[in-house]
Design a protein. Structure first.
Ligand SMILES: [Zn+2]
Length: 161
């Protein structure tokens, strides 16, 4: 993998065949006037191609991976698999976390189900085993709330995402 993300001839939505290089391991901000194509570049080119790579590389064989994503209208190289986080208002509950509100949690559960090992022998390992919202996956001491009280000494919940 090179030192940069290289996007060539991007024509997604209103993009006019732009070519650009974005360095890896840097915080990069995309700015511009309304309608200049910021979202098209970030979500429809980089995000779409990165998510496609994510599904292909990490979830091969999983039903979600069968959902073929269209390649963006651009030549993209040097891109690592990507998780996109959209800004939006979402339903929040007491059990909401950064992970559940952004859907990162869903992807992590899929990854855990695919790559992880269930705590006990089970005929089928699926993502519900890695959810703090299901009885199969949650810590029995705190029922998935993730906080320990004086009476809960053996909480096994991971750090909340
Ligand atoms: Zn717990």
């Amino acid at each position: 993998m090179g030192k940069e993300l290289y996007i060539q001839s991007a024509t997604e939505n209103n993009l006019k065949g732009i070519t650009l290089r974005i360095p890896h391991h840097r915080l990069v901000v995309v700015t511009g006037v309304s309608g200049s194509g910021k979202s098209s570049l970030v979500y429809d080119v980089i995000g779409r191609e990165g998510q496609r790579l994510f599904l292909e590389n990490f979830l091969e064989g999983h039903p979600l991976a069968g959902k073929k994503l269209r390649r963006p209208r651009a030549a993209v190289s040097g891109l690592y698999p990507v998780l996109t986080v959209n800004q939006r208002s979402a339903f929040r509950s007491q059990r909401s976390t950064f992970g559940t509100l952004t859907e990162l949690y869903d992807y992590l559960r899929l990854l855990f189900a695919r790559l992880g090992k269930a705590p006990q022998p089970l005929p089928r390992q699926d993502r519900s085993l890695f959810s703090f919202n299901t009885s199969a996956g949650q810590c029995q001491a705190c029922q998935g709330w993730g906080s320990a009280t004086a009476s809960i000494r053996n909480c096994s919940s991971p750090i909340s995402l």
